[in-house]
Write a protein that binds this ligand. Structure first.
Ligand code: FE
Length: 201
């Protein structure tokens, strides 16, 4: 099997946002799919390593903001493909608005947002698949949606300017920054494990 071929499936890029009692959090995911139209249902896959994942399991309500080709690298840096517990990503973030469910969606570098309510979850090991009712879907503009391929080629700074230390995913090019790669690490983009990473030299 050629693993790179799987990554040519049309992954989009989305900011997933949710809340707990007091805080809101978000991270970038790449798997969102409409599964039925009557009722309107989508499914999203979220890496369990994301703090946003745990928040969503509790709150069951979320927004998915669809990133467009106008999204800047700052949006990617700010939300990241992995979200930790300690950060409040909305404290000083200006490009946000509350949706009807009191969860933020992103107003810059996006072309639509979807408000969902989780109906069912499926434990897939490294990820949870959330199946959700769409309670609102709003188109913000006609900008073209960003794919990971577009991000990689046009938004992300060229690798030679980065001079990073760490491990690179051989399938999608995601860079994990750190001396040691945890053996149970899962690429937040292409979902491949530590065995598909190699050390940057
Ligand atoms: Fe990867």
């Amino acid at each position: 099997m050629e693993q790179n071929a799987l990554f040519k499936l049309g992954y989009g890029l989305y900011v997933l946002t949710t809340k707990d009692g007091e805080k809101q959090n978000g991270c970038i995911i790449n798997t969102v799919m409409q599964v039925t139209n009557t009722p309107n249902r989508i499914c999203i896959a979220v890496n369990k390593g994301n703090h946003t994942h745990n928040m969503l399991l509790q709150s069951k309500c979320f927004n998915v903001s669809v990133l467009s080709q106008k999204a800047t690298f700052d949006v990617f840096k700010h939300f990241g493909f992995q979200s930790g517990r300690e950060v409040d990503k909305f404290k000083d973030y200006p490009h946000k608005k509350l949706a009807a469910n009191d969860v933020y969606y992103i107003t810059e570098g996006t072309n639509a947002y979807i408000t969902g309510y989780v109906k069912e979850t499926l434990d897939l090991g490294t990820h949870t698949l959330f199946i959700a009712d769409v309670v609102n879907a709003v188109s913000l503009n006609d900008d073209v949606s960003a794919t990971y391929d577009y991000y990689h080629k046009n938004i992300k700074p060229a690798p030679e300017t980065q001079k990073k230390k760490g491990w690179v995913c051989k399938v999608c090019g995601y860079v994990y920054e750190g001396e040691e790669l945890p053996p149970d690490y899962v690429c937040p983009l292409c979902k491949h494990g530590a065995e598909d990473f190699e050390k940057l030299t």
